[in-house]
Each structure stands twice: as C-alpha cells, then as structure tokens.
Design a protein around this ligand. Structure first.
Ligand code: PA5
Length: 450
C-alpha cells in the first residue's frame, strides 16, 4: 500500500476535471509503451521492475561492505556527476540533520561529494580536509569515462595512495560502473577495488535505487530495505493500472502535460523543508534531462519556501504567467517544537503561543497556494506522510514513473541525453584531447573570428 497522495484540487480553476480525464486514452497508450517496453529508449527501462528484482544477496553485500567501511572512516567521498550523484545526495540530505557535522557523538561517516565540478578551490580545500581525516572513496560512473569524475578520481586516488600506501588505499576505494567496459572498469580490475555494477538497462538518472544510491545511503547508516520497499509499493500502484483515478503518477503526468499544452512553460517543484533542497536538484535533473529535447519540454525549476518567497515569490505571484507549481507537503515532522509564551509580547507573536512550527509552516503553505492560484499559478499537491526512507522510496519511484510517462506523452525519448555532448565536444577540442584535432582547429578559428 502507498502512503503518498497526489491531489489536484488547486488546479481545477485552470483545468476542469473533464479536461484532465480526457487525457486517459493517451495515458493508456503511453503506459502500455512503458510497461511493455515498446516505446522509445526501451533498452533503458530496467528501472521499472528494479525495486521488485533487487535481490537479497545484493542487499546483504551492500550492507556488509557498508558496515566494514563505516568502522574505519570519518568521511566518505562520493565521486560522481548527474545521475551518478544527485540521487544519493537527495536521500542523504533529506534524512540527515543539517547540523550532523557538529554532533561529536554522531558515529555515521559524513558524506562529501566530488566529481560534480572542476573548481580548483573546491578540490584544494577538500584535499586539505582529507589530509586530516580518515576517509574512503566511492567512485561512480556508468560510462567510466566522464571527465569531471575522472579528474576528481585522479586527484583523490593520488592523495589516498600517498596517505595510506597503495594496498590500504585500494581497500578504501569502491567503484560502481559498467559491467564490462570503460576506463573505471579497467582501473578497478587492475587495482583490485571492490566493484558494483550498474545494470545495462538503467540510465544514470534512473539509477538511484541501484548500488549508485543504495551504497552511499547504507554507508551513511540508513535503511536501504525500507527505501526499496517504499519504491516497490509505488511500483505496484504505477504498473498495475493506467487509470488516472488509481495511479497517482499517471494523474500527475496527465495534468502536467495538459498544463504544458495549454501554455505553461515552467514547472516549479516547491518544498517547505530545507532538507528537500537536493531532492529538488535530483528531480530537476530527472525531468530536465529526460524531457528537454526536440525543442519540447517544461523547464523544471525549484524553490525552497518560505525562503524563496522572499526572492522568487514576487515573480511567481506577479511575473509572466507561464508557470505552475508542484508542492511537496510533508505531513509529519520528525521533532516537536512550539512557540513559547512571552509575557511582554514585544515581538507581537503571542497570537502564535503554543502553536507548533509545523502548524505555522502548514498555514504558510496554504496561504501561499491560495495567493498563487489567485495570481493564476496552478498548484499541484503531493502529500508525503513524513521524511523517512520508505516515503522517499515512494516519492522517487512516483517521479521516475511520471517522468517516463510524461516523456512518452510528449513524443520524445525520455531515456537519452544527446544534448549533453555539445559542451563536452567543445571542451575536448579546446583542451586538445587526442582524437579531437579537427575540432580543435575549427574551434580555434571560430574563437579568433568571434
Ligand atoms: O542521466 C544520465 O545519464 C547522466 O546524467 C549521467 O548520470 C551523468 O552524465 C554521469 O554519467 P556517468 O555515470 O557515465 O559518469
């Protein structure tokens, strides 16, 4: 059974129920294409059944490797970019205390990230920190050839081998990559690293429930079984029926597609919990890289409320009318905190005495939704019972399924990313990568002309 709820009551002013349910036939077709693996990019649909086919042996191995690493490290550096890092970061930031680095009694290793930028200052400061800490490296790249993580791994491999010696260093490096090809695969074999495989039929941004996401989450001390269980429950709800009444991901995909067709250009994923900031980053990648092609697709944006109500809030209320919001409401907080009484009431807040911050946050959310729909911004609501592994599993699968479905409704292939190559080719040409000699010459001429 799923606990997540999807609601569209704040959209009916813009899209009637009748218009929404007119999408049913189209959704039926896209749903069959997905689950019968008959649509575009069908070689990358392994994520659909993944939560049901993740076997006990793999889970046990992940938990055992996580346990032995946890005993000897203070820091885990996860090296990866895009789908090879955003999923684990989304889950870990959602589950962890924002202040965990300051709790000395906290025995869970801190997880830091590398390979997601090429900043000289970032790496210099990271290496400076790692000089003083016990650490291990988890390097993740499906292709095994992506430049940013490859650079980070060269730097940190060099550091860890100098710090611990080659043999101990090798026991502190785990690689997750393709089962048969790529530079990372050869490096891992040569150096004897523990290695996990990303299945061929699962693309980067759909890989969070493979070892790519499971291993960092287990090393950080969280329950991967609950995560998989939540995803599996949502899988059943999504796969079993295409009915907009019973399949929440289908309903969400139908409505966001209708909004796109009637003029919306931007979807903003809104949260009221700062710990969901990176969940939004994961969602932006999932939808942006899946839908943004052939001059189509909603632009996926994110907002952290109430912070961003004091910046983007003005635009959302009164700027160009081309956007809608999908709001994640977390129904139960992990902690209880209410406003204390204060006799003098100099701050004028006594009207809130005894109210919990959660209640105040909920009223901020409701007030914002009402204001935004008055400002012609349709709102969709996702009710998440709480932020724990199980709920996050449900939410992840909900978005993955909705994304696949939305891509098919749009008529594009949601499982490739040809546009990502353009910047890489220019960068390789500019840096003189072997094999790019002609491009190098052409780009230099172009720069001189411009
Ligand atoms: O979704 C995708 O396929 C991409 O975002 C990749 O995850 C990203 O480019 C990293 O690729 P790789 O894991 O091959 O290094």
């Amino acid at each position: 059974m799923i606990n997540l709820q999807f609601q569209y009551k704040h959209v009916t002013r813009f899209l009637s129920e009748e218009e929404i349910y007119l999408m049913q036939d189209e959704v039926d077709i896209s749903h069959s294409l997905l689950i019968e693996k008959a649509g575009k990019g069908n070689q990358y649909l392994g994520w659909i059944d993944l939560p049901a086919r993740t076997d006990e042996t793999l889970i046990n191995t992940i938990e055992a490797d996580a346990k032995s690493l946890r005993e000897k490290i203070e820091i885990l550096v996860v090296i990866g970019i895009g789908g090879s890092y955003l999923g684990s970061r989304a889950i870990l930031e959602a589950l962890s205390s924002p202040f965990s680095a300051f709790f000395t009694e906290n025995k869970n290793p801190a997880v830091l990230y590398a390979g997601q930028n090429i900043s000289q200052d970032y790496y210099s400061e990271l290496i400076h920190l790692l000089d003083k800490k016990e650490y291990a490296i988890l390097v993740i790249s499906k292709s095994g050839t992506t430049t940013e993580p490859a650079i980070a791994f060269r730097l940190l491999k060099n550091h860890i081998e100098k710090k611990y010696g080659p043999e101990e260093a090798a026991s502190r490096i785990i690689a997750i990559t393709d089962g048969s090809k790529g530079a990372l695969k050869s490096l891992s074999e040569k150096n004897g690293y523990t290695t996990y495989v990303i299945p061929d039929d699962i693309g980067g941004r759909y890989s969070v429930l493979t070892p790519v996401g499971l291993l960092p989450v287990a090393i950080a001390g969280y329950n991967i079984r609950e995560l998989i269980e939540g995803a599996n429950e949502m899988r059943k709800a999504c796969v079993e029926t295409s009915s907009l009444l019973d399949n929440p991901a289908a309903c969400y995909a139908a409505i966001r597609t209708s909004l796109y067709r009637t003029g919306s250009q931007i979807e903003i994923l809104v949260n009221y919990e700062p710990s969901l900031h990176y969940f939004t980053e994961w969602w932006k990648q999932l939808f942006g890289e899946s839908e943004g092609k052939e001059n189509e697709g909603l632009f996926p944006a994110g907002a952290d409320f109430t912070s961003d109500l004091h910046s983007m809030g003005q635009y959302i209320q009164e700027g160009q009318r081309m956007l809608f919001e999908t709001v994640i409401h977390v129904q139960k907080s992990k902690h209880l905190l209410s406003i204390p009484a204060n006799e003098s009431d100099l701050d004028g807040l006594n009207y809130l005495t005894g109210k919990t911050l959660h209640q105040i946050n909920e009223m901020a959310a409701l007030g914002t939704t009402l204001a935004h729909i008055d400002g012609e911004v349709p709102n969709l609501d996702i009710l998440l019972p709480t932020i724990d592994e199980r709920s996050l599993g449900e939410l992840i699968y909900f978005f993955e399924f909705a994304c696949g479905l939305s891509g098919y409704l749009l008529g594009i292939n949601p499982f490739n990313q040809p546009g990502v190559e353009a910047y890489k080719n220019n960068m390789f040409a500019l840096l003189g990568k072997p094999g790019f000699e002609n491009e190098s010459e052409a780009i230099r001429e172009r720069i001189n002309e411009e």
